[in-house]
Design a protein around this ligand. Structure first.
Ligand SMILES: NC(=O)c1ccc[n+]([C@@H]2O[C@H](COP(=O)([O-])OP(=O)(O)OC[C@H]3O[C@@H](n4cnc5c(N)ncnc54)[C@H](OP(=O)(O)O)[C@@H]3O)[C@@H](O)[C@H]2O)c1
Ligand SMILES: *[C@@H]1O[C@H](CO)[C@@H](O)[C@H](O)[C@H]1NC(C)=O
Ligand SMILES: *[C@@H]1O[C@H](CO)[C@@H](O)[C@H](O)[C@H]1NC(C)=O
Length: 334
């Protein structure tokens, strides 16, 4: 399927002017009949050794502008990132410059402090006000874990939260709805209770955490997967000491990259595309933003896919162990 889109994309692009050099990400179909672009720009500033990186004035605004200029049409953000205003300014400027709203796909997420059913729509309205938009294309429950602003757990059943999401969709405030950081049993529970199946699951997927069983489950349920932290521990400055290989200078990766005249980060992203996953690379650097979307003009071969598969060590970089004692903690507890 990916290869079919690849050929279509090349044919389509070859008819365009030479200023549009790169092959655009294809669209994928969701189980609600809508379409989602196969690559998104990440906008979480991340954590450094001091804790979370504080947002500045306009670094994300620049990144989103560069990304839209480079051909990105899908932006992944969240209330918790505290930069929805920056995303909104960039998106609205591009719309003023002629990009159509319907050609952009904006994803944002409900934070853990608004899990009660009746708080979901107001939380989404707050995000929309920050974004300066009338609707988002995709709204996700960020975590199955509820927690009030004062730190106490909100043990609201996420079934109730999901009912609030369904209401947000019926009001037209979110075109599609999905979940993030839910495990298979938690998604099954939504479906078994007769509620609609999420269109999307956003979870960590990278070379060290390939999650084949979860991918198969989502394929069976026709749920699209967005893969966060797509570079995993590729970069020395981000990798924890216990993180398994590969790093960016891994000989096998360097060899594959050289063959396709690509970079190692591009190979890591392309592998996720081959798995059927929508990668969400984050960068604030113009040249990297442009590099990370340029992965739709080649395909990895079976031997290379097999080699890349061997890096799967079920190693998770985002564990959120501070929520281990929450009844809805989604990950393995060891
Ligand atoms: N749902 C969730 O709970 C959840 C959790 C985590 C992340 N996410 C989403 O997923 C996105 C991506 O995950 P992430 O931010 O954790 O990590 P990531 O995208 O895997 O890595 C980001 C880091 O890689 C660097 N980088 C990007 N492209 C590069 C390239 N071509 N060469 C070298 N370095 C490069 C960036 O540096 P510079 O920025 O300095 O260029 C940044 O330090 C987030 O931004 C967010 O939107 C969602
Ligand atoms: C980032 O740092 C904040 C503040 O220290 C912490 O609460 C949060 O859990 C961290 N996030 C991750 C994914 O490690
Ligand atoms: C924390 O906030 C919640 C929701 O506002 C409230 O019900 C609870 O009593 C608060 N707990 C503490 C310890 O302040």
């Amino acid at each position: 399927m990916e290869r079919f889109y690849l050929i279509l994309g090349i044919l389509w692009c070859s008819t365009l002017t030479s200023s549009m050099r790169i092959v655009k990400p294809p669209m994928k179909e969701m189980n609600d009949g809508r379409q989602i672009p196969a690559l998104a720009l990440g906008t979480w500033l991340g954590n450094n050794t001091q804790g979370r990186v504080e947002p500045g004035q306009n670094e994300v605004e620049h990144a989103v502008s560069w990304a839209i200029d480079a051909g990105y049409r899908h932006i992944d953000t969240a209330y918790a990132y505290r930069i929805e205003d920056q995303v909104g300014r960039a998106v609205n400027r591009k719309i003023a410059e002629g990009i159509k709203r319907k050609d952009l796909f904006i994803t944002t997420k409900l934070w853990n402090d608004a899990h009660a059913k009746e708080t979901v729509v107001p939380a989404l309205r707050r995000s929309l006000a920050s974004l300066g938009l009338e609707y988002v294309d995709l709204y996700l429950i960020h975590w199955p874990v509820g927690q009030f602003g004062n730190g106490t757990y909100d043990t609201t059943d996420y079934l109730e939260t999901w009912r609030g999401m369904i209401e947000a969709k019926s009001l037209g405030l979110a075109r599609s709805i999905g979940v993030s950081n839910f495990n298979q049993q938690q998604i099954d529970r939504l479906i078994e209770n007769g509620l609609e199946t999420p269109a999307v699951l956003q979870v960590e997927i990278n070379l060290n955490l390939q999650q084949p069983a979860l991918l198969q489950y989502c394929a069976d349920k026709d749920i699209v997967i967005m893969g966060y932290t797509p570079f995993g521990s590729l970069f020395y400055n981000k990798a924890k000491p216990d993180a398994p290989p590969p790093r960016i200078d891994d000989p096998a990766l360097v060899e594959i990259a050289a063959k396709y005249r690509k970079t190692v980060p591009q190979i890591a992203l392309r592998y996720l595309v081959e798995l059927g996953v929508i990668p969400i690379p984050k960068s604030l650097t113009k040249s990297r933003i442009e590099q990370n979307i340029d992965i739709f003009d080649f395909a990895l071969e079976l031997e290379e896919l097999r080699k890349l598969q061997t890096f799967d060590k079920n190693y998770r970089t985002i564990k959120q162990e501070k929520w281990l004692d929450n009844p809805y903690y989604p990950f393995e507890k060891n």
